[in-house]
Design a protein around this ligand. Structure first.
Ligand SMILES: *Cc1c(COP(=O)(O)O)cnc(C)c1O
Length: 413
C-alpha cells in the first residue's frame, strides 16, 4: 500500500476536526480487523492458535472488544491492564499474564481472573505459591541468551532482564511438576518491531526443540508454545510489511519437523503481538500552529512528544502527510516538525520534505496505533489527547476524552 494512502478523505478529516479539537488519535477499525484476519489465516493450520493482544500497545477497552470479537485474548502485565481486559469482557484463560518483577497483588488479580500465568523467573514459583497458591496451568519465559541475536529495540538477549536461562528452565518445570502443576506452556519473546520473517521461524524452531527436550527429561507434556509479540510494521516508506503467510508456513514446517516428528501431543500456538495489529491503523491528527524560520524551518504543531514519544525515544521514523495538500505541484520544503515541549528532542520529524505549510493546516502522523498514546505522559504540564475510533460505517466515535487541567490537578493534595 502507498504510504500516503489514508482510510479517510480530507473532507472527512475536516469534519472530524470540527467535532473534536486537535490533536487526537484516530484508529481505523476496518484496518485492525483486516490485519487480525490475516494473522488468523496465517496460522489456521494450527488447532487452538490464539493471539493475545498486548494491551500495553493500545490500552483501550473499545479496541480490546474489537479484537475479542475477532477471537483474540489479552496479554497483560500489570493490574490496570488486567482490569482493562476484564472491562472488555476478556476472561479466564483468554488472558495471558506475562509480567516481570511482579508484585504479589498482581499475581493475585491474575489468578482471581483465571488468567494463564507466565513466570519470568524460577524464584517466582515459590513466591506465587506462597502469596496466591499454585495455578492449574503454568508457563515460563525462556531467554535464549547467546543462541539468538537481539534487535534494535529489545537489545541482546544476554543483557535482557527478561526470562530464565536454559538450565533454569529445566529446573523450573521440574519444580512445578513436583509441586503438582499439571498443565504447561512455554514462552519466549526476543524481538521487537522485527521485519524479518526468518527471525520468527527460527524462534519457533528453538522453542519446539526445547519442548521436545524438556518433555523427555522432565516427563511432562506441553499444551502451548507462546511465541510472544514483536512482529514489526513498515514505518519507513521503503520497508516491506512482514509476509504473515510466509511466517505461518515456516512455523508449520518447523512444527511438522520437530513436534510431530517426535510424536509429541498437539501443541497450541499463541502469540502476543501488539504493534502488528493496531500500529499501522492509528493516526495522530495535529494542526500547524506556527511556522518558524530561524536557522531551519520549524513547523510547530499542536501535538508534542507527550502525545507520541517514539521519535524522541528511539529516533523512530513516522510518516507524515498533509491531506489535501499532497497533490499540490509546489516543490517540497525541508522542515522539522516540532511540538511545544521545552525539550529539543520534541520533534516528530527532522529535515523532512513536506509541501509548503501554513498555520491551520492539518497533518497526519502515521503508524501511531501501537505504543503511541499509551506511552503518553504529563511532563511540562502537557495533557494527553483524545482517542477516536473510525468505525466501519465511516463515522468517528470518541473512545477516550482528552485530559483536562482538572485531571492534571486531580492527584495533588
Ligand atoms: C511489549 C510486549 C508484547 C508486544 O510487543 P509488540 O512489539 O507490540 O508486538 C508482547 N509480549 C510482551 C511480554 C511484551 O512485553
Amino acid at each position: 500500500m502507498d504510504k500516503d494512502t489514508l482510510p479517510f478523505r480530507p473532507e472527512h478529516l475536516k469534519k472530524f476536526t470540527r467535532q473534536h479539537p486537535t490533536p487526537f488519535y484516530l484508529y481505523d477499525e476496518s484496518g485492525i480487523r483486516e490485519t487480525a484476519r490475516r494473522l488468523k489465516a496465517a496460522f489456521a493450520w494450527n488447532q487452538g492458535f490464539k493471539e493475545y493482544f498486548a494491551v500495553k500497545a493500545t490500552p483501550n477497552p473499545h479496541l480490546l472488544k474489537i479484537l475479542k470479537s475477532e477471537g483474540f485474548g489479552a496479554d497483560c502485565s500489570s493490574l490496570p491492564e488486567l482490569l482493562l481486559a476484564k472491562q472488555a469482557g476478556i476472561t479466564g484463560e483468554e488472558i495471558m499474564f506475562t509480567s516481570n518483577n511482579t508484585p504479589a497483588a498482581e499475581f493475585q488479580k491474575a489468578a482471581e481472573l483465571g488468567a494463564i500465568i507466565n513466570l519470568d523467573d524460577i524464584g517466582h514459583l515459590p513466591y506465587l505459591e506462597e502469596h496466591v497458591g499454585l495455578p492449574p496451568v503454568l508457563s515460563f519465559r525462556y531467554n535464549p541468551g547467546a543462541l539468538k541475536k537481539g534487535n534494535a529495540i529489545i537489545g541482546r538477549p544476554q543483557e535482557s532482564k527478561f526470562g530464565v536461562t536454559r538450565q533454569q528452565l529445566f529446573a523450573s518445570y521440574k519444580m512445578a511438576r513436583n509441586k503438582g502443576v499439571s498443565r504447561f506452556g512455554v514462552h519466549t519473546m526476543v524481538a521487537s518491531n522485527e521485519l524479518n520473517p526468518a527471525y520468527f521461524i527460527e524462534t519457533a524452531e528453538i522453542l519446539f526443540q526445547l519442548i521436545v527436550e524438556i518433555s523427555r527429561e522432565v516427563g511432562i507434556s506441553f499444551e502451548f508454545a507462546n511465541l510472544g509479540g514483536g512482529i514489526g510494521i513498515p514505518y519507513q516508506p521503503k520497508e516491506q510489511a512482514v509476509d504473515l503467510q510466509q511466517v505461518g508456513r515456516g512455523i508449520q514446517k518447523a512444527y511438522q519437523d520437530i513436534i510431530q516428528a517426535n510424536k509429541l501431543p498437539p501443541l497450541k500456538l499463541f502469540m502476543e503481538n501488539g504493534r502488528l495489529l493496531t500500529g499501522p491503523h492509528g493516526y495522530l491528527i495535529t494542526r500547524v500552529q506556527h511556522v518558524k524560520r530561524s536557522y531551519k524551518t520549524f513547523i510547530g504543531v499542536d501535538a508534542n512528544m507527550a502525545n507520541l514519544m517514539r521519535p524522541a525515544l528511539y529516533g523512530a521514523y513516522h510518516h507524515i502527510t498533509a491531506p489535501g495538500k499532497a497533490d499540490l505541484d509546489a516543490p517540497k520544503v525541508l522542515v522539522d516538525v516540532a511540538g511545544s515541549l521545552c525539550e529539543n528532542s520534541d520533534k516528530f520529524a527532522i529535515n523532512r520534505p513536506l509541501p509548503p505549510l501554513e498555520p491551520g493546516d492539518l497533518l497526519v502522523i502515521h503508524d501511531v496505533g501501537a505504543h503511541g498514546h499509551s506511552m503518553g505522559f504529563n511532563y511540562n504540564g502537557k495533557l494527553r489527547s483524545a482517542e477516536l475510533l473510525l468505525q466501519e460505517n465511516g463515522s468517528a466515535r470518541q473512545i477516550r476524552r482528552a485530559e483536562t487541567v482538572e485531571d492534571y490537578f486531580a492527584t495533588l493534595i
